[in-house]
Design a protein around this ligand. Structure first.
Ligand code: SF4
Length: 279
C-alpha cells in the first residue's frame, strides 16, 4: 500500500452525473480495490488507475481550496467521492471527506456520500444534524463473506456495513443502500437480495440497484481474479436476465414496503425533490 500526498489545482468540479451538481474527490485511487470498480476508467492519475487498490493520492490542500471556491458558487448537490470511497482507510488519518461534508453542509450545500466503510460512523453527528440536506449510502453487494472477499478484497465485511447502516439510521441519518453491482450468476440470488431488502426495511433505507457494467478496467480486473468470470458472462444487457432481475428486485421492494429504483432512474428521483428551501 502506497500513499502519495500532493497539491491539487481545484477542489470541486461540475459533475457529469445527472443527479449531482458538483463532485468533490479528496482522494484518487481506492484501497478497497474492488474488482468491478468503474472508477478505474475515470481516475486521471495513471499511477492510481494502473495500480488499483494499491496506491492512493491525497489532496492535502483540499480544504484550503474548497473554502475559497465555494464563496462564489451557486449552492447545489455535491457528491463527495464520486470516483473513490470517501471513508476508505486513509480517511482515518486525513479526515478530508468528513471535513468537506461539514463545511459544505454548514455553507448551504446538499451532500451525498456512498461508502462501504463503517468509518463513516465517526461523522454521524454531521449527517444527523443536516438530515434534510444530506444522505449516506452504504454499498452492499452481497451478504456472503466468501463472495465479498473475491470481488471486494480489501473492503470491510458485509456484516460491518450492515451494522454501520443500522447505527446511522438509529442516530437519525437519512440512509440508503446501494445494491450492486449485480453480476449475472454471481450475486443475483433472490434469497440473498431478500435479506438485503429486509435490512433496508429495518433501517428505513431506500434501495438503489444497478447491474455490472463492463468498463474496460473493471473487466480486466474481473477476468483475472474472479473464477469462471468471462466477458460473455458479464454481458449485462442480456434482456431476459435483466428483465427478470428488475421484476424480482421490484417485487421484493413491494414485499418490504421499501422505496427502490435503479441507478438509471436515480436522477429522476432527485429531480422530484424540492431543494429550493435550501438556497
Ligand atoms: S469502494 Fe468503491 S471506489 Fe473503492 S474500489 Fe470499491 S467500488 Fe471502487
Amino acid at each position: 500500500m502506497r500513499i502519495v500526498e500532493y497539491s491539487a489545482k481545484t477542489a470541486i468540479s461540475r459533475s457529469g452525473m445527472a443527479e449531482l451538481d458538483y463532485a468533490l474527490n479528496p482522494y484518487s485511487g481506492c484501497l478497497h480495490g474492488c474488482k468491478y470498480c468503474y472508477a478505474v476508467d475515470f481516475t486521471r492519475i495513471a499511477d492510481a488507475a494502473e495500480n488499483w487498490g494499491e496506491v492512493v493520492y491525497v489532496k492535502t490542500n483540499l480544504m484550503y481550496l474548497l473554502k475559497a471556491e465555494i464563496k462564489s458558487m451557486r449552492r447545489g448537490i455535491v457528491g463527495i467521492s464520486t470516483v473513490t470511497d470517501p471513508y476508505q482507510p486513509v480517511e482515518a488519518k486525513y479526515g478530508l471527506s468528513g471535513a468537506s461534508a461539514d463545511l459544505l453542509l454548514r455553507s448551504g450545500f446538499r451532500v451525498t456520500v456512498q461508502t462501504k466503510s463503517p468509518l463513516v460512523r465517526r461523522d454521524v453527528e454531521i449527517y444527523a444534524a443536516h438530515r434534510n440536506s444530506s444522505d449516506v449510502g452504504i454499498t452492499i453487494t452481497t451478504l456472503d463473506d466468501r463472495k465479498a472477499r473475491i470481488i471486494e478484497p480489501h473492503a470491510p465485511s458485509p456484516r460491518s456495513r450492515g451494522d454501520a447502516l443500522m447505527y446511522l439510521s438509529d442516530s437519525g441519518v437519512k440512509t440508503w443502500i446501494f445494491l450492486g453491482p449485480i453480476i449475472r450468476g454471481f450475486n443475483d440470488d433472490p434469497d440473498e437480495m431478500d435479506a438485503i431488502f429486509s435490512m433496508a426495511s429495518r433501517t428505513g433505507s431506500r434501495v438503489i440497484f444497478d447491474t455490472y457494467v463492463p468498463y474496460r478496467g473493471a473487466t480486466r480486473l474481473m477476468n483475472s481474479s474472479v473464477p469462471g468470470f468471462t466477458a460473455e458472462k458479464s454481458y449485462y444487457m442480456d434482456q431476459g436476465w435483466h428483465l427478470n432481475l428488475v421484476k424480482t428486485v421490484k417485487s421484493m421492494a413491494e414485499k418490504y414496503g421499501v422505496r427502490c429504483n435503479s441507478q438509471q432512474e436515480e436522477w429522476l428521483e432527485e429531480k422530484k425533490s424540492d431543494f429550493s428551501a435550501l438556497f
